[in-house]
Design a protein around this ligand. Structure first.
Ligand SMILES: [Fe+2]
Length: 243
């Protein structure tokens, strides 16, 4: 695969799309510096000039509190300043513009990922988990590895907290599966995990799972020690208190 250094990743992706290429992968989601595009089986890797392939995340760590433009028009800021050496990222994500979100069906190569809706509401859809639904303030999703999903709409100024392991991971575009899928498979295994959503609206039959908290805890303990979880929670709490 050819590697092409580029000055601006978004601009380069659009230029390649105009030539008939499609976006396959972007890395990392919160501050992309690599992408793979393809056309007719030929893939090209686009890499920001200042961040060669294989470079670690360390030079990219940002000053606490700063917002940066991420994937699909969303803004990100880090809540755990050192990301525990790359083990975990807690992103505070905001969507300032309401309406349709310029997202596409995609999946992440991750070990653990949970999303908590801090403010507003966001319409999402997940592979084999039924139709789209609104993730509202206080709702939480356990998003298993490589489950196909898409953000469809949001209210203006919605905010979520996304906790993911490892901190840097690939986001792949799904070209063949459209959502929602025809089948409902709530027990489907995705990389040893299941999809869970918990909601304050407990009467809603779309959100029946009572084991969510235990499942979250078990998943977290499988990839990070209890002491590290505590450290991460303290960091997130401190960062949010300084908002
Ligand atoms: Fe995603």
């Amino acid at each position: 695969m050819d590697t092409i250094p580029v000055e601006d990743l978004d601009t380069a992706i659009e230029q390649y799309k105009a030539l008939g290429y499609r976006l396959d992968m972007i890395f990392p989601a919160d501050n992309p510096r690599e992408a793979v595009v393809s056309r007719g089986g030929e893939s090209v890797q686009l890499v920001l000039e200042n961040h060669p392939v294989g470079e670690t995340s360390a030079p990219l760590l940002r000053k606490e509190g700063s917002w940066i433009k991420g994937r699909a028009g969303m803004e990100y800021r880090d809540l755990i300043p050192d990301r525990m050496g790359g083990k975990v990222i807690a992103s505070h994500i905001r969507l300032t513009t309401g309406g349709e979100v310029p997202d596409y069906v995609h999946y992440h190569k991750i070990d653990f990922q949970m999303i908590y809706c801090l403010k507003g509401r966001i319409k999402v859809v997940y592979e084999d988990q039924g139709g789209s639904f609104w993730l509202e303030t206080g709702d939480c999703v356990l998003q298993p590895p490589e489950i196909r999903h898409r953000v469809l709409e949001c209210e203006a100024n919605s905010e979520v907290i996304e906790i993911t392991m490892p901190a840097e991971h690939e986001t792949w575009v799904e070209h063949d599966i459209t959502l929602p899928t025809d089948e409902l498979k709530p027990d489907r295994d995705f990389g040893g995990q299941r999809f869970f959503v918990t909601s304050l609206r407990t009467a809603d039959p779309a959100f029946p799972n009572e084991t969510t908290c235990e499942e979250f805890a078990e998943r977290m303990k499988s990839v990070i020690t209890p002491d590290e979880i505590l450290d991460a929670v303290i960091d997130v709490s401190r960062s949010l208190c300084r908002m």
